[in-house]
Design a protein around this ligand. Structure first.
Ligand code: XLS
Ligand code: NI
Ligand code: NI
Length: 438
């Protein structure tokens, strides 16, 4: 283990709930088992390279404040390679076993595509070396198709075909590098795939182009033998006024319409759910019901602010709800909990990065333990099964199996009369039940 960049910070250990040490886990005990799996296997934490290593903490009113002593003066390949060592020391010390990156987070964009590709491969050399040294893995890769000015009107949905082509070329190399690093997935977040005004926009054409783009990615994956999972990440707005992948339901409909549902799952981000006017659990359940819940960008928003604040998750009630959905689906396969989150502009010291990740990991460890206890207790799930049990036999089973239509159901009602008042939904009782576990 190297200890060059954070010399004052130890490997973060589990000290239990009574510890007062801010640089220790109170609940995340990687090898402890919950419901037959270790916490590490359940939670599959991932570090987001763009925030943890690259976010200078600027906001629209002020310059970056982050103190990052390891950064060189130039945005060079050497500096980018050096930064990889910092990233891996950080992950080793926090016990985070996965990371995610955009191509342009890890390596600088060059003057030409060829130069950018070479830069990315040169940094990937070091990523590969550090992965081998530490056993840390790539959860998913992605391409930044939203920062460069060429993408000001979108990438795959740009009205300009040469921009589409550039984006395709960029994703090609990002996929090559993801494959090279053994990435378990590849994510498409539609950074500017949307519109600012309908006065200049042909939605139908743009959606068709986006679908073409994703089909090309699927074809290319086959061609190079990339077997990782593709994800699409819903977000309703920001940077554009309306993003096409606005929420889980919109993404699922898009994937179905364009015959892509076999190839992509959803990567659900809490803050994006908030922006869409949903809870994260709503988004997770919509995705899971379609068999398409793939991965989670674990962060949190501020319900009073209308933008992506990308805060670290600390709300135990929320992490409990997330873990309930994940446990019920049988857990992650290729996905994980990726901390797509940044420290506040006021929290500019390197140690704040540790506090932030420790807090997020502990919050999810508690959510996991509580969710497993609720499942083991069984009353909540039993209530739900009982609530739908009229579909398990008799006329209900015939409805569910498609064995009856309106005529048969009319006959059923004429014979049996009024269903009578239904049982109570018992919302308050169930809310109290959940609180008993917190
Ligand atoms: C931005 C998105 C982005 C994706 C990766 O809001 O969350 O960070 O996760 O492109
Ligand atoms: Ni995200
Ligand atoms: Ni986001």
């Amino acid at each position: 283990m190297s200890s060059e960049f954070f010399p004052e910070i130890p490997v973060i250990a589990y000290e239990g709930p009574d510890s007062k040490n801010p640089l220790a886990f109170k609940h995340y005990d990687a090898q402890a088992t919950v419901g037959g799996k270790t916490m590490e296997e359940h939670l599959r934490f991932s570090m987001a390279y763009w925030h943890t290593l690259r976010n200078g903490l600027a906001d629209p009113f002020g310059v970056p404040t982050a103190v990052r002593p390891w950064e060189g003066a130039e945005d060079s390949v050497e500096n980018a390679q050096h930064r990889v060592r910092v990233a891996f020391e950080f992950m080793e010390k926090t016990g985070i076993k996965y990371y995610c990156f955009h191509d342009r987070d890890v390596a600088p964009e060059g003057a030409t595509l060829a130069e950018s590709n070479a830069n990315l491969h040169a940094v990937a050399d070091v990523l590969e070396e550090e992965q081998k040294r530490t056993g840390i893995k790539l959860l998913w890769g992605t391409a930044c198709l939203f920062a460069h000015p060429r993408y000001n009107q979108g990438a795959a949905t740009s009205p300009y075909a040469d921009v589409f082509a550039y984006a395709a070329a960029q994703v090609k190399t990002a996929m090559d590098v993801t494959l090279r690093l053994g990435g378990e997935g590849y994510t498409f977040w539609g950074g500017r795939e949307g519109y600012q005004t309908l006065l200049n926009t042909d939605i139908g054409r743009e959606l068709k182009h986006l679908a073409r783009f994703l089909h090309m990615a699927v074809d290319y994956a086959k061609a190079i033998g990339f077997g990782g999972q593709f994800y699409i990440e819903p977000k309703p707005k920001e940077p554009t006024k309306h993003q096409y992948d606005s929420d889980a339901a919109a993404c699922l409909n898009f994937l179905r319409e364009f015959d892509l549902l076999d190839h992509l799952k959803l990567n659900i981000e809490t803050n994006h759910a908030t922006l869409a006017g949903h809870t994260v659990q709503h988004e997770l359940e919509v995705a899971a019901a379609a068999g398409a819940l793939g991965s989670v960008d674990a962060n949190t928003g501020d319900e009073m602010l209308g933008w992506d604040t990308d805060q670290f998750p600390t709300n135990i009630y929320m992490t409990t709800q997330i873990m309930l959905s994940l446990l019920r689906m049988g857990g992650f396969t290729t996905g994980g909990l990726n901390f797509d989150a940044k420290v506040r502009r006021e929290s500019f010291e390197p140690v704040d990065l540790f506090h932030a990740h420790i807090g997020g990991m502990d919050a999810f460890a508690r959510g996991l333990k509580i969710a497993q206890a609720i499942i083991d207790d069984g009353r909540l799930d039993a209530f739900v099964s009982e609530r739908y049990s009229s579909y398990d036999s008799g006329i209900g089973l015939k409805i569910a199996n498609g064995e009856v239509g309106f005529k048969e159901l009319e006959a059923h009602v004429l014979e049996n009369g009024e269903p009578g008042m239904t049982p109570s939904g018992r919302q308050e009782m169930l809310e109290n039940l959940v609180n008993d576990f917190l």
